[in-house]
Design a protein. Structure first.
Length: 99
């Protein structure tokens, strides 16, 4: 996500502002501050599109329940997909900025 932001922003200030704009909703909807199950259905759907939600599930599963990869494979897969998509998007945007 940070690499994509850095290819969009023209200045460091713009990058920091974009990061805050993305980070705050991610924290609020990830289940870090409010329980995921208590969110309205629309907010739950939206939070599934955020990597922070899947990261929080992984951390809670490992630290609190001692879960292994067999239990957490879906969230691990989602994080891997988010990572690959972000890297590809950043690489494409960076290549365009070099041309």
């Amino acid at each position: 996500m940070g690499l994509v932001i850095s290819t969009i922003a023209n200045t460091q200030l713009q990058a920091m502002q974009m990061t805050v704009f993305i980070l705050l909703p991610s924290i609020l909807l990830s289940g870090f501050m409010f329980p995921y199950e208590g969110m309205p259905t629309a907010a739950q759907w939206l939070s599934e599109l955020l990597p922070a939600t899947h990261f929080m599930r992984l951390i809670r599963g490992i630290v609190l329940r001692g879960a292994d990869l067999a239990d957490l494979w879906r969230d691990t897969l989602w994080l891997a997909l988010f990572t690959l998509f972000g890297l590809m998007l950043a690489a494409l945007r960076f290549k365009k900025s070099l041309d």
